[in-house]
Design a protein around this ligand. Structure first.
Ligand code: MLC
Ligand code: AMP
Length: 507
């Protein structure tokens, strides 16, 4: 084995004229055509002096070329660092600087704004647009067709994915070749993917779900993807007849259920619908079955671990649970304080161990030690219980986290931003149930004495500094935050007070 991920995901498709990507305009990209582009891109990376182990930060729209850049990084032993397209310049500055990226690839439209960020980090700046054009593509066009994959060990890094933290500072999760490959293998086996599958892919490719779960699984299985730039209801309904399988966050499924055209006839040919990244309401699971006859298969994972558990392919897919540990993965429920394992049925912190568990946080040895024990158990921060049949249920979160439409938001980050705004004495940020996003952000502000908070100014500042999905969708101004006798803000009380705000708004 020279490069385990290349050998498993890409090498088997060299020279194959089978379809890998179906694009929205009806055109296709073959496996061979995709790999040719990936080899040329790998040659371009080498020509730019990007060496094995270097990081390539990527802030671009979803496109076949962006996926070829991922493949090129794997082939050349370069660490792929994808970044949410919603991030603002301020957010990107941290990721590019912290990772010490050698190369930063951004959209042509933002090249000017990104130049100082690349400059400060000492990274070369190249561009790639959603239509495939840009300075990277220009460089790729002149490259040779052959590229010898760079040898990598199983423990070498393949990707760096930033995930926000409870302290407000994002952490780079270091994912190795072994992490990604073992997980893809387990998922192909459990979900029975083959070269006959066509996956409807409407997820972004800058997160674990769209990149590792969806794309790596399809590469390993040798199937095809209907590769859509984003989740657009009309396009998804139009393309569904071509698909055999679909993966999505719960919002995808609630949006489909809101449309009467999504029915038994439209989905009769489908083999499998998979949901994850956020809790799927048991109610949505039941509605989906009543409407289509399909039982959604829910699984559970994290950026740090890729996938951990899944409901069974055969057997009972239990609504409200995330199923059993994947092959090779161990899970246990422990007392959050003592870390002692708890008996069946009791709720505690979920720990995970296996070849899927990441190597640690980039340049954060202390954070790594706090969450990843020396014996390999990773403390997920999720509260769970395991029943007598072995089904895992995620009961809640031990970490202060909001998940909106499958994106994670750490309240601390938003609170730090709000506290720094003129006229704000202090703030508390919580999640409230949202009909479309599952949860969305509520900010509760306390003004400085004798001051009126300029909410419009805060909204404008948030637009400039925070990715759209993080911006508070409801803002309340109060005289004081509820606190316990220790002075700690009572977020549970705030959640109760504001639990109806989005339901009311939705009418
Ligand atoms: C977009 N917006 C959101 C949002 N997505 N607001 C809250 N939560 C979200 N998730 C806002 C934009 O800022 C914008 O606001 C407005 O909605 C319209 O933007 P859009 O891009 O047109 O939105 P839309 O297409 O409707 O996107 C919603 C979505 C998307 C659910 C389709 O967010 C999505 O694809 N989510 C998937 C996330 C995902 O892949 N997660 C996996 C993480 S990996 P304004 O104010 O500018 O109008 C992981 C591990 C695991 O968690 O287990 O898988
Ligand atoms: P991320 O850090 O973006 O990778 O998000 C991981 C978090 O998403 C997990 O720690 C869980 O809190 C949550 N999550 C993922 N899948 C599920 C699921 N099926 N049910 C409940 N929570 C989930």
């Amino acid at each position: 084995m020279t490069n385990p991920l290349y050998d498993a995901l890409f090498a088997p498709h060299e020279g194959q004229d089978t379809v890998f990507l179906h694009l929205p305009d009806g055109s296709t990209v073959t496996h061979a055509g995709f790999l040719l582009k990936a080899r040329q891109t790998a040659n371009a990376l080498t020509a730019f002096g990007v060496a094995p182990g270097d990081r390539v930060a990527v802030h671009v729209e979803k496109s076949p070329e962006a996926l070829a850049l991922y493949a090129a990084c794997i082939m050349s032993g370069v660490v792929f660092l994808p970044l949410n397209t919603a991030y603002t310049a301020k957010e990107l500055d941290y990721f590019v600087g912290d990772s010490g990226a050698a190369l930063f690839v951004c959209d042509p439209a933002e090249a000017e704004a990104m130049a100082p960020i690349a400059g400060a980090a000492g990274a070369r700046l190249l561009t790639l647009g959603g239509d495939g054009s840009g300075s990277l593509t220009d460089a790729v066009a002149g490259q040779g067709d052959d590229f010898a994959p760079v040898a990598r060990g199983e423990d070498d890094l393949a990707a760096l994915l930033y995930t926000s933290g409870t302290t407000g500072r994002s952490k780079g999760a270091m994912l190795t070749q072994r992490n990604l490959l073992s997980n893809a293998r387990a998922l192909v086996e459990c979900w029975r993917f083959t070269e006959r599958d066509v996956l409807l892919h409407a997820l972004p490719i800058f997160h674990s779900h769209g990149l590792f779960v969806a794309t790596n699984v399809m590469l390993l299985a040798g199937g095809a993807m209907i590769f859509l730039p984003k989740f657009d209801l009309e396009t998804v309904l139009a393309k569904l007849p071509m698909a055999t399988t679909m993966m999505g966050v719960p919002t995808f499924y609630t949006r489909l259920l809101d449309d009467p055209r999504f029915d038994r006839d439209l989905t009769a040919h489908m083999r499998l619908f998979i949901s994850g990244s956020a809790p799927l309401l048991a109610e949505t699971h039941r509605q989906f079955e009543a409407r289509t006859g399909h039982r959604i298969l829910e699984r559970y994972g994290m950026t740090e671990t890729s996938m951990n558990t899944s409901n069974p392919y055969d057997g009972d897919r239990r609504a409200g649970t995330v199923g059993f540990p994947l092959p090779g993965v161990e899970v246990r429920v422990c007392d959050p304080e003592t870390r002692a394992e708890l008996p069946v049925g009791e709720t505690g912190m979920l720990h995970v161990r296996g070849p899927n568990v990441f190597k640690g946080y980039w340049q954060m040895p202390e954070k790594t030690r706090e969450e990843l024990q020396e014996d390999g158990w990773f403390l997920t921060g999720d509260l769970a219980k395991i029943d007598g049949d072995g089904y895992v249920t995620i009961v809640g979160r031990g970490k202060d986290l909001i998940i909106s439409g499958g994106y994670n938001i750490y309240p601390k980050e938003i609170e730090l931003f709000l506290d720094a705004q003129p006229g704000v004495k202090e703030s508390a940020v919580i999640g409230a149930p949202h009909p479309d996003f599952g949860e969305s952000v509520v900010a509760v502000l306390v003004p400085e004495a004798g001051t009126e908070i300029d909410l419009a100014a805060i909204e404008a500042a948030a637009r400039a500094d925070l990715a759209g999905f993080k911006r508070p969708r409801h803002v309340a101004v109060v005289d004081a935050l509820p606190r316990n006798t220790m002075g700690k803000v009572q977020k549970a009380e705030l959640r109760k007070t504001y639990e109806g705000v989005f339901r009311q708004k939705a009418g």
